[in-house]
Design a binder for this molecule. Structure first.
Ligand SMILES: O=C(O)CCC(=O)C(=O)O
Ligand SMILES: [Fe+2]
Length: 349
């Protein structure tokens, strides 16, 4: 994706949209669909309120995450992500490598759809499918997966609403959502007394279809078409939704995967993005109904795109590639090849 193919989006603020009608048996109201679609087209970022994910579910997951991160480093490392073959577990500070950026002060716990250990994809060595690597903490998997399932349900409804806005059947997207490697990251940015006003996560677009993110403090910023950083207002009743690379390609650029970054803030911050993905082997190409006959994007293999980007930014995966134990998918794009930020700042999540 080059800059010239991207819509110039000169927004000044992030829309806040009441999505209570998503829960209606007859589906969302026309007004809700219109507002969602307009935000996806003009900004690529929105805040949803009255989204139906319960406070209780969020609080239990947040509490479970805090219990996990509060443990000694040696205990957290028992579930180190590098122990897994399917990219699940603890990501210590420094594990993710950032091009051209200062080391990122964050730790994370990464999980995804929890498939059984005898799943054929896992047994065949799929790098993103299979079981989670759970820590030995009472109630942790239940609290985290309940949140995962609720937010995933919201993601499906949003995707269906976006399809309606675009005049295509929801199955055009949701038909490829059966067992997708949709990752939930529990991210912890520890208190940093030396924080300066510079990125804590460098500018990037997200690699999947949609991201549904709940932070506990401000810090997220989004780049508009003039290259200015616009702050995402913090609201504790809202979930931040943004368009990822796959949906930009699928909609032939009608929706935009907007670059964003996290500013270093001096307060402790947690952030919980769920990267709503489609099935690993989905080849995402511009929908013919949205192309006028000339697609503006090459097709993208959903699983390989995500894995290739991930493999280039995690130290343990880079080592496996250097040692020949793993190979990057053929035709893998280099890191940060998508999005207008590449010419401005290097960085990834
Ligand atoms: O921490 C945040 O608010 C955003 C994180 C993010 O953009 C990402 O992980 O892709
Ligand atoms: Fe992101």
């Amino acid at each position: 994706m080059t800059d010239t193919q991207r819509t110039a989006v000169d927004f000044e603020s992030i829309p806040v949209i009441d999505v209570s009608s998503l829960a209606e048996p007859d589906g969302p109201s026309d007004e809700c669909i219109e507002r969602l679609g307009t935000a996806a087209r003009e900004v690529g970022f929105l805040l949803v309120v009255n989204h139906g994910v319960s406070d209780e579910t969020f609080r239990s997951m947040h509490h479970a995450a805090q219990r996990f991160f509060d443990q000694p480093e040696s205990v957290k490392r028992e579930v180190y992500i590098g122990n897994s073959t399917n990219h699940r577990g603890y990501v210590p500070i420094g594990e993710e490598v950032f091009a051209g950026a200062t080391p990122d002060l964050k730790e994370a716990y990464d999980l995804s759809i929890d498939l059984p250990a005898d799943h054929s994809g896992y047994l065949a060595g799929n790098p993103l499918l299979g079981p989670n690597q759970w820590p030995d903490l009472q109630g942790f998997p239940e609290a985290v997966m309940t949140y995962y399932d609720e937010v995933f349900g919201l993601g499906s409804k949003l995707l269906a609403a976006f399809a309606r806005y675009l005049g295509v059947e929801p199955a055009a997207f949701l038909g490829s959502v059966t067992e997708p490697p949709s990752q939930l990251r529990l991210i912890h940015y520890p208190y940093n007394p030396d924080a300066e006003d510079r990125p804590g996560i460098g500018a990037h677009t997200d690699y999947e279809a949609l991201t549904l993110l709940k932070p506990t403090a401000p810090g997220l910023e989004v780049m508009n078409g003039r290259g200015e950083w616009i702050e995402v207002p913090y609201r504790d009743d809202a979930i931040v939704v943004n368009i990822g690379d796959l949906l930009e390609v699928w909609t032939n650029g009608a929706f935009v995967a907007t670059s964003h970054r996290v500013r270093k803030v001096s307060e402790e911050r947690y952030s919980y993005p769920l990267f709503f993905n489609v099935d690993y082997d989905t080849v995402v190409a511009p929908l013919p109904a949205l192309t006028d006959g000339t697609p503006a994007y090459e097709p993208l293999h959903a699983g390989e795109h995500l894995f290739a980007q991930t493999a280039q930014s995690f130290a343990y995966l880079r080592q496996r590639i250097e040692s020949g134990e793993l190979a990057l998918p053929e035709g893998a794009r280099p890191l940060y090849s998508l999005g207008r930020e590449t010419s401005l700042v290097g960085g990834a999540r």
